[in-house]
Each structure stands twice: as structure tokens, then as C-alpha cells.
Design a protein. Structure first.
Length: 95
């Protein structure tokens, strides 16, 4: 991975809500367009195949795994954040 998120960022990501169904569909589409199996993606990012399956089917997973798979498959997981912008700003301390 080209960059890692720090502990503060991970805590911040935990506070956000995501559309896990839309994120999972985007992950599946991106993986299939690259002709990769769930096993290949899991091995590359360092998680279990069942984690990839769970994500693709709308299940929750850790923000760190979301970040890793997003970066590997080129999907911006922040676009699936469903909180209003003002709440994001509050979390970042901008308000």
C-alpha cells in the first residue's frame, strides 16, 4: 500500500457511517473488472477471503480493511460516507 492511515484517522473513520451495500457493490465490480478472485484480493491485502465476501455483500468490516481494499482496487471509500458534511466537519474539529 502506498500510504497508511494513522491511529487518529482510524478513530475518525470509525465515527462515520457508510453505505456498506453500495461500497460492497463497487468493490465487487472493481474486482471483477480486473479479473481477480476474492482469494487473490484477500491474499494481497492480508485478510481472509470471507472478509472480502462479507464486504461485497454489504457487511461491516474494519475501516483499515476498507482503506486497504479501496486503495488496492481503486475505489474511493469516502464517497460512501452517508453523514452530512456538517457532521464530518465537527468530527474533524472544523466547526
Amino acid at each position: 500500500m502506498s500510504k497508511l492511515i494513522n491511529k487518529t484517522d482510524r478513530c475518525m473513520y470509525r465515527q462515520w457511517d457508510y453505505d456498506y451495500n453500495a461500497f460492497g457493490a463497487a468493490i465487487r465490480l472493481s474486482r471483477r473488472s480486473r479479473d481477480l478472485t476474492q482469494d487473490e484480493v484477500a491474499q494481497t491485502i492480508g485478510c481472509a477471503r470471507s472478509t472480502i465476501w462479507k464486504m461485497e455483500n454489504g457487511g461491516y468490516c474494519s475501516p483499515l480493511i476498507m482503506f486497504k481494499i479501496s486503495e488496492f482496487l481503486g475505489v474511493d471509500f469516502m464517497q460512501f460516507n452517508v453523514r452530512p458534511e456538517s457532521e464530518e466537519q465537527m468530527i474533524r474539529g472544523e466547526m
